[in-house]
Design a protein around this ligand. Structure first.
Ligand code: TXE
Length: 499
């Protein structure tokens, strides 16, 4: 563990934010401080909004939607704002990355790379805004012409988590805005800064007042109130499966708002004996350790063919031991701090459960003693059986459970033996094998001989209890529209009443 040398990156006093409604900053009546998870010092001061503040935001978003100041623009005009925002992100890349590091604990090199992805999201959404269209039906006979219109669904509530505060926001907000909807965003309470900074960037880019609003505060108060709010037409939620379920109840018990849900995962990485084992081990080490495993598409179940299993675990363990864990402001750091104390306890708790249930630690298995912050060694468990909690539950930390298989059918069955279906990865040089696994394993995102690759052009989302709907790509804009079917009669009507 290297010395912590964040230098001038730490603020002398916490940066204070307001919340953003109707194009204006508002002062919070109550505030709370966020401490850096790597350095234990207060870094931001965020408003604890009230439900009155939320109502104010929903009313502003409703007015902005209903008077068509945004939805009434051409796709090209909306695209122009999104492209100017992409430029704003480019200009403020270092600033955004810094606040991501300070609130989330992720390494600065990774945070900067994420901003590049976010810029690409804005650019992709801008293109989609121009291309969004309905359809026409010229096959209804000469007397009737049909078409479908895609109309924005209305006011969208967006609840985001703390693991990728800016990236998850940017995989949704620009696509929602591209559709013509207006937004009320509630970021996770521990990582609100960059969602508020985006308000500034969008305003500078010329977004009309009331189109992008941010209210901050706890999930239990503001998040829950947003899920229940009758002024919200659609809610996009990314977070735990438990809260996802409560969003479904809240929708059912209020106005049946449409839901987009991206929830937990327990994602398989399947390695066949014929794979390039060095490549696959690098992919597996990255897949479980990236963002300290606090990632919904982490590959947390290794399913490896028995004849190479021991050798593979050895190669993998060697690689995991070389991962540079430490000060997120060191440009060489690959994994940083665990974002919250609760999550830290959860991960360490699962490591203890794994040991108690009889799995064997191949590498890692402990917290790093640094005197400040929360850091956990990348950990590999072998001899895991499907009933163990480390085999079934989303741990959301750098903890990988290894299973062995003998046949293709067994690999597929193990991969599908979960309530989740977010992502999967398969490593094999045999195209038949790789394609069969790809077609039969239930997951919304799939990687063959790679992992966590791809940009905002393709949609993301889950099968089974990993969620509903899709984000990003053209589908990620269409998700926030509803289809209206229109029929137009041409010529003289053939009368129903004839006498
Ligand atoms: O999530 P929560 P937590 C998983 C991961 C993690 C677990 C718990 O397994 O260990 O969830 O994390 C808001 N109504 N994921 O407790 O509570 C909250 O303020 C409405 C996977 O932090 O789901 C935050 O903005 N909103 C996941 C957001 O929900 C509520 C990412 C997520 O917090 C609310 C994060 C409520 N009643 C955690 N309660 C992924 N898919 O990437 C909380 N929130």
């Amino acid at each position: 563990m290297p010395e912590m040398t964040p230098g001038t990156a730490l603020p002398e006093t916490p940066r204070e934010f307001g919340f953003f409604v109707d194009g204006k900053w508002h002062k919070g009546q109550e505030m709370f401080d966020r401490h850096s998870p790597a350095h234990d010092v207060p870094v931001t001061r965020i408003p604890r909004c009230t439900t009155d503040d939320l109502d104010l935001a929903v009313r502003a978003a409703r007015r902005a939607f209903d008077d068509r100041r945004w939805s009434g623009l051409s796709g090209g005009a909306r695209a122009a704002v999104l492209l100017r925002a992409a430029e704003g992100l480019r200009r403020r890349r270092d600033e955004i990355a810094r606040w991501e590091v300070l609130e989330n604990g992720k390494p600065v090199a990774q945070a900067s790379g994420e901003i590049d992805h976010c810029i690409a999201c804005f650019e992709t959404a801008a293109g989609a805004a121009r291309l969004l269209h309905g359809d026409s039906f010229n096959n209804l006979g000469d007397g009737l012409f049909g078409m479908t219109l895609r109309e924005p669904i209305g006011v969208v509530g967006l609840i985001t988590p703390w693991n990728f505060p800016f990236l998850i926001l940017c995989e949704r907000a620009p696509f929602i805005l591209a559709s013509g909807c207006t937004l009320v965003v509630k970021p996770a309470e521990v990582t609100s800064a960059t969602t508020l900074i985006l308000a500034d960037i969008l305003s500078e880019a010329g977004i009309p007042a009331g189109v992008y609003n941010v209210v901050t505060g706890t999930g239990r108060e503001i998040g829950q109130a947003l899920t229940e709010h009758v002024g919200i037409d659609m809610l996009s939620f990314t977070g735990s499966t438990a809260v996802g379920r409560s969003c479904v109840h809240a929708s059912a018990n209020s106005n049946l708002k449409k839901l987009g849900l991206e929830l937990g995962g327990k994602n398989p990485i399947i390695v066949f004996a014929d794979a390039d084992l060095e490549d696959a081990a690098d992919g597996a080490a990255f897949g479980i350790s990236f963002n300290t495993g606090q990632c919904c598409v982490s590959s947390s179940r290794l399913i490896v063919e028995r004849p190479v299993a021991e050798e593979f675990e050895r190669i993998l363990a060697r690689k995991m031991e070389k991962i540079r864990v430490g000060d997120p402001f060191d440009p060489e750091t690959q994994i940083g701090a665990i974002t919250t104390e609760t999550q830290n306890k959860t991960i360490l708790g699962y490591i203890e459960k794994g040991k108690a249930e009889g799995a064997k630690i191949v590498t890692g298995g402990a917290a790093l003693k640094t005197g400040h912050g929360r850091f956990i060694q990348p950990t590999l468990f072998s001899g895991v059986t499907p009933s163990m909690s480390i085999a079934r539950d989303e741990i959301f930390g750098p903890v990988l459970s290894s299973f062995h298989f003998d046949t293709l059918e067994e690999a597929i069955a193990l991969a599908n033996d979960t309530v989740y279906g977010l992502s999967a990865s398969v490593w094999s040089k045999n195209i038949d094998q790789a394609l069969t696994v790809t077609r039969r394993v239930q997951a919304g995102r799939f990687w063959v001989n790679t992992i966590m690759a791809g940009g905002p052009e393709t949609p993301t989302g889950g099968f089974k209890q990993s969620g509903w709907g899709r984000e990003t790509g053209l589908l990620g804009v269409e998700e926030y529209t509803q289809v209206k079917s229109v029929h137009i009669e041409t010529g003289k009507r053939s009368h129903w009443i004839t006498s």
